[in-house]
Design a protein around this ligand. Structure first.
Ligand code: ZN
Ligand code: ZN
Length: 270
């Protein structure tokens, strides 16, 4: 059978042509349901090579009784199962929009080309998530690096400056010698005068010939002897522990103070 030449579709003059990328479905009444009409979607398939995609469907009103189909492999066959009225309605829908709303149920029932698959942006979402995570990691790493690098740089700069100070002084001296002037030490700002020290109180006492205060007794009863003595009486002091105990206690206090001072110093050094 010779292939009829293909023309541009012109539904208004009765020439319908639909080129499909995806599968094309026609409607067939479900024979199992008796009480209500149910339509089944059936895909158009090439009887020779079983191709279901890339089909071209043609119907010329007045010339064809059935829809003519050709597949990409140039097989050509009439498809009487496709309802001609459905096909014309669908072709008009494609070209002119929904002119007959009461006939649009065929599109709802699934007549026509398979709708394009939904846009699969799952991969994009995954990429964005990966990118965001990587960016967060990168930013965090930059932050940490900066926190480490800045003090390091500062220390290095300080060390370099300290190391090059004598070199700079020598260069300056050489330059001054070459230009003829005597090398002069850079002028230092004058040191501020130290504040006068306050002499201890004993120095004042000595200068004014004041008598030093006498040592007071810790225990006024026994005058730090530990014994209450009177004519006919010699007993241990009842108010204090005696000089030996007082000395021991003083020594213990001193040792305790030294211990706390050492502990405090160690804590401060940590
Ligand atoms: Zn074929
Ligand atoms: Zn006493």
């Amino acid at each position: 059978m010779a292939l009829p030449p293909l023309r541009a579709p012109h539904p208004a003059s009765g020439y319908h042509r639909i080129d499909c990328e995806r599968r094309f479905f026609y409607l067939e009444q479900d024979p199992t349901t008796l009480l209500r009409v149910k339509w089944l979607k059936v895909a158009v398939t090439c009887p020779v090579c079983a191709a279901g995609t890339g089909l071209t469907l043609v119907l010329e009103q007045g010339a064809d009784d059935t829809v003519q189909v050709r597949c990409p492999a140039r097989h050509h066959w009439p498809e009487p199962a496709i309802d001609v009225a459905h096909f014309i309605t669908y072709s008009r829908l494609l070209h002119f929009g929904a002119l007959q709303p009461d006939l649009m149920w065929i599109a709802d029932a699934g007549f026509g080309e398979d709708p394009p698959p939904p846009i699969d942006n799952l991969e994009q979402i995954r990429q964005i998530a990966t990118w965001t995570a990587k960016r967060a990691v990168r930013k965090g790493r930059t932050k940490v690096k900066r926190a480490v690098r800045t003090p390091l740089r500062k220390a290095r700069r300080r060390a370099l400056r300290a190391a090059f100070t004598p070199v700079a002084a020598a260069l300056r001296a050489a330059w001054v010698l070459r230009t003829g002037a005597l090398p002069a030490a850079p002028a230092r700002p004058p040191r501020p005068p130290a504040a006068p020290k306050t002499p201890p109180l004993s120095a004042y006492r000595k200068a004014y010939r004041m008598p030093a205060p006498k040592k007071r007794f810790a225990c006024l009863v026994c005058e730090d002897t530990g014994w209450i003595t009177a004519p006919g009486v010699s007993i241990k002091c009842t108010e204090c522990e005696g000089p030996v105990a007082a000395a021991l206690k003083a020594a213990e206090r001193k040792a305790g103070r030294a211990r706390t001072a050492r502990a405090g110093g160690e804590r401060a050094r940590e």
